[in-house]
Write a protein that binds this ligand. Structure first.
Ligand SMILES: Nc1ncnc2c1ncn2[C@@H]1O[C@H](COP(=O)(O)OP(=O)(O)OP(=O)(O)O)[C@@H](O)[C@H]1O
Ligand SMILES: [Mg+2]
Length: 299
């Protein structure tokens, strides 16, 4: 069953269409990745799904219910980690968690227990009485994640949660997300980190210019759009470039010129590799991302 379903969702800011007709389904218990260049509309989509910003048109269902009609009830199922820190600067670390717990009507004693546990998990116990402005960037992000878990959500929605985290903390969060997934918690994870997406997500959607371009498992996306192996060739001269392209074309090898480099996809000819003096490299989700979001800096 789809835990989150959107149908032709649109977000407009005056005459700018930030989300341009997104229909998607996130299955119960899966980790669903949302990738896309800056300005693709990821945060705008997430803010509608989490009932933070109004839907311009289209439908969103959460746990089978219409979000517009049941937003208060459905919000209690969601744990949200926003992209931009919206912690209360006038409160301490612990007070931020306790205040947040009050929105969900969690009894005080239980709220304290959960807050202390969350602080322990994200190594913030020593900072519990510090003001927000006394935290480092990464500590604020950790607190934001801890806060998103305080209502023990059935569905976790994270907008670039690992930005600015040190490698240890990033691994700690990945571990935590895997653990939550094994407990059946559905996750919508927006990220710019392709390694993270490939590691954690069952399926990923690539968003570009307000639209979802593709949705599939990371492995399927790699095998469909770039192949398991690829070549990156930097010709030494225009003549060499022309020759390489002629070779690739005569072998019907899909290729693309990226600046000074030629990228060749779905390569499996060892003979040609030897002739062109290239070594195949394992394709990654990042290669898929580049292919599907070309020209994103032009707009
Ligand atoms: N409150 C707003 N008012 C006007 N335009 C907005 C607003 N929020 C976002 N936009 C515009 O909507 C588009 C999509 O922005 P959005 O924040 O959803 O992108 P994103 O995919 O999350 O990007 P990033 O990777 O940088 O976080 C952008 O063109 C942005 O300028
Ligand atoms: Mg964003």
């Amino acid at each position: 069953m789809a835990v989150i379903k959107t149908e032709n969702v649109i977000k407009k800011f005056r005459d700018l269409v930030a989300v341009d007709g997104v229909s998607m389904e996130i299955e119960d218990g899966e980790c669903f990745g949302l990738l896309g260049p800056n300005g693709a509309g990821k945060t705008s989509l997430i803010r509608m799904i989490t009932a933070i910003s109004p839907i311009s048109s289209g439908e969103v269902w959460v746990a089978g219910k219409d979000l517009k009609k049941n937003s208060r009830e459905l919000k209690s199922l969601l744990g949200v980690v926003p992209q931009i820190d919206n912690l209360d600067p006038d409160l301490t670390v612990l007070q931020n968690l306790l205040t947040f717990a009050r929105y969900f009507e969690i009894p005080r004693k239980e709220a304290e227990r959960r807050s202390m546990e969350a602080l322990r998990t994200f190594q913030l116990t020593e900072k519990r009485n510090s003001k927000i402005k006394e935290l480092s960037g990464g500590m604020k992000r950790r607190l934001l994640i801890a806060r998103g878990l305080i209502n023990q959500p059935k569905i976790l929605i994270l907008d670039e949660p690992t930005v600015g985290l040190d490698p240890q903390t990033r691994h700690l969060l990945w571990q935590k997300l895997k653990e939550l997934k094994s407990q059946g918690i559905t996750q919508l994870l927006c990220t710019q980190n392709m390694e993270e997406a490939a590691l954690l997500c069952d399926r990923v959607a690539i968003m570009h210019l307000g639209k979802i371009v593709v949705v599939d498992t990371p492995l399927n996306l790699i095998s469909q759009y770039v192949g398991e192996k690829l070549w990156e060739i930097e010709p030494a001269s225009p003549q060499e470039r022309a020759e390489i392209i002629r070779e690739l074309e005569s072998h019907h090898i899909e290729h693309e010129e990226v600046g000074a480099m030629i990228k060749a996809f779905h390569v499996d000819s060892d003979d040609l590799a030897r002739k062109l003096l290239v070594r195949p490299r394992q394709a990654t989700l990042e290669d898929v991302f580049f292919r599907l979001t070309k020209g994103s800096l032009v707009e």
